[in-house]
Design a protein around this ligand. Structure first.
Ligand code: NAD
Length: 499
């Protein structure tokens, strides 16, 4: 069994409080590994190391090219260790092996993409306002400093890559706190970072609990920015704490994304796409297609086909390549999801699939909830408004495109949305009208590290990915350089200084 220490200042160390916990396999409850749990004191040491590393310029003073070579090497090492990382991701997070293979490949790809965006300090002349003989205006981007990155359990390695890649590309140093539920692959990544000889303190990785380790990081006066991915409730709390010293903040939070199927959609693709959008990773995705809105003229056919195909999805051991539906992350999550199913029942909505929790039989050692579908759901109900984060789909019907847009936007969230139609002009009009950070037309879940990703409304603040995502880790400075204008031409001085 593997044991993981905290990675602080280029060394693997024990927790100062000596707290060690087991991380469990969501499939059968077996112990996957032991890990040191970060205490507030450990976070403090990690922040000091990151601060020293940042202030010394050991990372931020390197050229973009040299930084890029480190990021590329990290990506290459992930690929070299892919088989091992895939297995560990399945064991620790309950990810199916098919998903985990993609996640590991995409984590490597993320480091590669961000290596191309490595910018560190860079500047350009603003030729649109510079005026020779009067002034030159320079726009300069500088790394924001020490970043505290906090990530959830649903994509443990990928989330770590999505935080470290842009932060490092911007020239920042980082303290990364993985979820206490899935520390394994983030700690394996710490091993990789150690192997590529990144200067000590540039990256520190410490799994720990939100309320002590996480909050200490958010409160820490030496942290310049918090990059958070997780629930909207915790995001709000973090924003309140960060307000104390106006810390820079990006929040990637929850969602309740609407998936609109128009009457002219390709039924075959739209049904499979809707199942993929909803049940990928058993619904534990922030941008899952959790609210399905179907045009009334195809509603009955669509729902019937959807349910028929959903019945063929096989729940089981996530290590088996034939498994479609894996376990949820924890018992607590099972109970939470079961509570929402109960709420849908009590509200009188018709359940056409699932509803059960594996409490006996082969899957009962794991955290299994059956893929569940409620139909004719009122969009104002609890199961249509709240993020369930499990395999529960709510379906409603609409009669006009305007109504579809209005139902889709009737939510506090705005992470993603989708439209299925053969008429791309019509679908594009709907996409323009949806209040969501990502809209797919005839697709779902396809994100690209070069395209901005993030939420409208309570789904978050800021964007990840691409040049925009790197700039979220930078401060912008305008430098005005006088070009030798003589005193007599500086009339504006006369507003204060007597001639
Ligand atoms: P969570 O909010 O409970 O925890 C996320 C992280 O925050 C964990 O590392 C946790 O330890 C930490 N944390 C908890 N309380 C904290 C506090 N008071 N201060 C500082 N840190 C704290 O979320 P989760 O259950 O791990 O993940 C599921 C949620 O994440 C869902 O809401 C999902 O939509 C969201 N999510 C969003 C995105 C996105 O990109 N928008 C991606 C993945 C997941």
């Amino acid at each position: 069994m593997r044991e993981y220490k905290l990675y602080i200042d280029g060394k693997f160390v024990a927790s100062r409080k000596g707290r060690v916990e087991s991380t469990l396999n969501p499939f059968d409850g077996s112990v996957v590994g032991k890990f040191e749990v970060a205490s507030p004191d450990d976070i403090d040491s990690a922040v000091s190391a990151a601060r020293r590393a940042f202030d010394s310029g050991v990372w931020s003073d390197l050229s973009g090219e040299v930084q890029a070579s480190y990021l590329k090497k990290i990506g290459e090492k992930i690929n070299e260790k892919s088989a091992e990382l895939v297995e560990l991701e399945v064991l620790d997070s309950g990810s199916t092996i098919r998903k985990a293979k993609d996640d590991v490949a995409l984590s490597a790809r993320a480091f590669n993409v961000f290596s191309k965006l490595a910018a560190a300090v860079n500047e350009r002349e603003m030729s649109e306002i510079s005026k020779p003989g009067f002034a030159r205006n320079i726009l300069r981007y500088e790394p924001v400093g020490v970043v505290g990155a906090i990530i959830p359990w649903n994509f443990p390695l990928k989330m770590a890559a999505w935080k470290l890649g842009p932060a490092l590309a911007a020239g920042c140093t980082v303290v990364l706190k993985p979820s206490e539920l899935t520390p394994v692959t983030a700690m394996e990544l710490a091993g990789i970072i150690d192997e590529v000889d990144l200067p000590p303190g540039v990256v520190n990785i410490l799994p720990g609990y939100g309320q002590d380790a996480g909050e200490t990081l958010v409160r820490h006066p030496d942290v310049d920015k918090i990059a958070f991915t997780g629930s909207t409730a915790v995001g709000k709390k973090i924003m309140q704490i960060a307000a104390n010293d106006l810390k820079r903040l990006t929040l990637e939070c929850g969602g309740k994304s609407a998936n609109i199927v128009l009457d002219d959609a390709d039924m075959d693709v739209a049904v499979d796409g809707s199942l993929y959008g909803m049940f990928y990773h058993s619904g534990q995705c922030c941008e899952a297609a959790t609210r399905l809105l179907v045009h009334e003229s195809i509603y009955d056919d669509f729902v019937r086909t959807l349910v028929e195909r959903a019945k063929r999805m096989k729940a089981g051991n996530p290590m088996e390549p034939s498994t479609d539906i894996g376990p949820l992350i924890s018992r607590k999550q099972v109970e939470r999801v079961a509570g929402y199913i109960e709420s849908g029942r009590k509200d009188g909505f018709k359940m056409v699939l699932g509803g059960g929790v594996a409490r006996s039989g082969e899957l009962s050692k794991g955290n299994f909830v059956e893929p569940t579908i409620f139909v004719d759901v009122n969009n104002r109900s609890k199961i249509a408004q709240e993020e369930i984060f499990g395999p529960v789909l709510v379906v409603s019907k609409f009669s006009t495109d305007d109504e579809a847009v209005s139902l889709a936007n009737d939510t506090v969230y705005g992470l993603a949305a989708g439209v299925w139609s053969r008429d791309l002009r019509r679908a594009k009009w709907i996409a323009n009208s949806l209040k969501a950070g990502t809209v797919w037309i005839n697709e779902w879940h396809l994100l690209n590290e070069r395209a901005p990703f993030g939420g409208y409304k309570q789904s978050g603040i800021g964007r990840e990915f691409g040049r925009t995502g790197v700039e979220e880790y930078m401060e912008m400075k305008h430098i005005h350089i006088d070009d030798g204008v003589p005193r007599q031409k500086r009339a504006w001085y006369d507003t204060v200084v007597p001639r």
